[in-house]
Design a protein around this ligand. Sequence first.
Ligand code: PYC
Length: 310
Amino acid sequence: MHVIDSHTGGEPTRVILDGGPDLGSGPLAKRAQRLATDYVDFYHSVMLEPRGQAAMVAAMLVEPVDTSCVTGVIFFDADVVLGMCGHGTIGLAVTLAHLGMIKVGTHKIETPVGVVQVELSDANTVTVTNIESRRVQKQVAVQVDVLGRVTGDLAYGGNWFFIVDPSPIRVMPANIGDLTNAAIAIRDATISAGICGEAGEPVDHVIFQDTSPKEGVHSRNFVLCPDDAYDRSPCGTGSSARLACLAADGLLSPGDEIIQESVIGSPYRLSYQPGPNGGVIPTITGQAFVMSESTLIFSKKDPFKNGISL
Ligand code: PYC
């Protein structure tokens, strides 16, 4: 299996060029569902240690249905198949440029939640125009063990987010352990309380928003991903969900740009335009860097060929 690893603001993406399972043809959402149910060992083997690493997201290239797209892609982490992934799309675009498959300019990529656009400005800088994102519920209260009553917005940006603003814990690297534990407790409480999308989709990510000490930076976030790792980048789909909330609250006008930092200080430039269905069409600009090109080997004799799952 040939893979190329990159990172977007410190958050790793592993592009799978070949060697993945045959998911057939038809809508990408169906193929992603097939991957999630029938190929658990496969995505564990690629994402978990010793071949994978904490926080890594895979971007598996598949044939697009829409032939105007440069490729189709299915994203997954060590735990779930994702609808979309912002940092992964930036990493994918930079990887495609590294391979000579795209040049500076605008290109379309098909994901299970729809077609997104990438604008490659140089070898490392990409602007993603995401699918329409929306706030679904404002200030929902949930009772959380240890933390007590927590309120947050439920919003969609290609994945499902519970966004807590202001954060109950200062968003800074020294607090990553406490932020992780609090976010896991909140995610579990939202699931127990039945807080979910219109079609019953559970919250899969939790965001804590905080102010930034840096001049010119709008805010800083901590994002918990489904595999319980924190996003080293400000999370593209999470930033999209957050833009939908800022727009709904009248706190950011269409076309105005803000800088959002992650807990480790990686920046995205964000803005939006109104969407056709009452939500927002987010644009996310970030940088990715290719780190390695390799061949993954899975020996039948290797006791950890499916990764270490504890
Ligand atoms: O950037 O959208 C994102 C993302 C989702 C999970 C990890 N990163």
